[in-house]
Design a protein around this ligand. Structure first.
Ligand code: UDX
Length: 441
């Protein structure tokens, strides 16, 4: 099939690369000229395992093309995905300007019948809005083509996006047209071979499914963080409690890890947007507001432990921060707990020695530019030199079993604050470390 994808952000790029890998001809469109030039040369703007290889290979074979000209793709395509950003607006709602601008441009250029697929995370009712924007543009051009707008939300995890796309748990298709559903199924068939992974429904339910999914996952995390906070107060251990409850098949083990709070480009924004959508429709979402509050507070959990141990004045003290990205396997720092933790510690007078395998460029450029209180180090051992304590914020694999003897000899003090419960308390205490976790009394 011939497909146009508007927006080569994280979702658009992964979607384009994966469809081209299956033999489709894909035109990826972006307004950013520099980005388009780089992508054409196989240089991708984000770190995502497997993506660079996929892009280079398919650009070379001619299946994947990048351009700033929407019409370059549109005139050849029967399907057009909208995968532009929906950042958070000031009032917490999703900012729809890029989606609606894409719709307007499609309406101005459309020259054949088209299936328009909303891949961006958009509030319920957006598909109707997109359709009417395109139809209005066609009307003023005095042309008329059949336009079907489909909701096809993405469920990609950063750091595993290519494999999530290639082997999806499910493909949700929201449409009111059976023929269109069949075309979408045909497009996704190569990813769902041997398994019927399609879930078809009306458009609004598909739009809602995306928000409900992320809200559910965020709720599990906030719930576990709340349990961890209670465990700390009653002298229980959340690690045992997690095993104890996860063994119930109805609950399951995944997404039950307490930590420094969820971050990233999706959960914080989508939870807020759903609260706002509910409000706009006269419903006050008690649970989601609680999820958000617990998450905001959780980012301070490690800081409180540090202040309790060292006192409020941290002047003259230095801390190694291991991990800056909002989670492992990505260089994404959006809504990362590390930013809140580091800023709090600096406010209390501390200096920070940071290390992250991938996110240091983003940290230097966007979050701690010219901040004299933070230094960046080329590996995890350099970062701990002379520090009063090590703080583990992002659970990259390389932090899992460090050389503890080396840490003892390099750090000023043998104190570890573990924001992701990566180590065995008994073992570390035996090795002579003072060790603090989330959720252990
Ligand atoms: C999420 C959804 O998983 C994905 O389906 C959707 O399309 C986009 O949003 P992502 O933001 O890439 O994906 O990250 P995810 O792996 O879900 O983690 C989000 C945050 O939750 C991270 O900050 C992570 O550290 C935190 N988390 C996750 C926990 O604190 N505990 C857990 O048990 C799991």
């Amino acid at each position: 099939m011939k497909i146009t994808i508007v927006g080569t952000g994280y979702v658009g790029l992964v979607t384009g690369a994966c469809f081209s890998e299956m033999g489709n001809t894909v035109y990826c469109i972006d307004i950013d000229d520099g980005k388009v030039k780089n992508l054409t040369n196989g240089i991708i703007p984000i770190f995502e395992p497997g993506l660079e290889e996929l892009v280079s290979k398919n650009v070379e074979s001619g299946n994947l093309m990048f351009s700033t000209e929407l019409n370059f793709g549109l005139k050849n395509s029967s399907i057009c995905f909208i995968a532009v950003g929906t950042p958070m607006d000031e009032d917490g709602s999703a900012d729809m300007q890029y989606v609606l601008e894409a719709a307007r441009e499609i309406g101005q250029l459309i020259s054949n019948d088209l299936i328009v697929v909303n891949k961006s995370t958009v509030p319920v009712g957006t598909a109707d809005q997109v359709k009417s924007v395109i139809e209005n543009e066609m009307k003023s051009r005095k042309v008329s083509y059949r336009v079907d707008v489909v909701s096809n939300p993405e469920f990609l995890k950063e750091g595993a996006a290519v494999s999530d796309f290639m082997r999806p748990d499910r493909v949700v298709i929201g449409s009111d047209n059976d023929a269109v559903i069949e075309v979408m199924k045909e497009l996704y068939k190569p990813f769902t071979i041997n398994h019927d992974r399609f879930i078809t429904m009306d458009i609004r339910s598909a739009e809602m499914t995306k928000y409900a999914s992320n809200a559910m996952l965020a709720t599990r995390i906030s719930f576990m963080n709340e349990m961890a906070n209670i465990c700390e107060r009653v002298g229980a251990d959340i690690n045992f409690v997690r095993e104890g409850i996860g063994s119930d098949k109805r609950i399951g083990y995944s997404f039950l890890y307490p930590g420094c709070g969820y971050g990233g480009s999706c959960f914080p924004k989508d939870v807020k947007a759903l609260i706002k959508t509910a409000q706009d429709h006269g419903y006050d979402s008690t649970i989601l507001k609680g999820v958000e509050t617990v998450n905001e507070n959780q980012k301070f959990s490690i800081v409180s432990k540090i202040l309790k141990r060292f006192g409020d004045d941290l002047s003259g003290k230095s801390f190694a921060v291991w991990g800056l990205a909002f989670k492992p396997e990505t260089d994404d720092m959006r809504e990362a707990a590390s930013v809140v933790i580091i800023n709090q510690l600096i406010e209390h007078g501390a200096t920070i020695r940071a290390y992250d395998p991938k996110a240091m460029d983003a940290a230097k450029e966007y979050y701690f530019k010219s901040n004299p209180d933070i230094s960046f180090h080329s590996n995890k051992y350099d970062a701990v030199e002379g520090v009063d304590s090590i703080i583990l914020v992002t659970e990259w694999k390389e932090f899992r079993s460090p050389d503890f003897d080396k840490l003892k000899n390099t750090a000023g003090k043998t104190i570890i604050f573990d924001g992701r419960n990566q180590y065995n308390k008994t073992m570390l205490e035996k090795l002579g470390f003072e060790y603090y976790q989330i959720g252990t009394g």
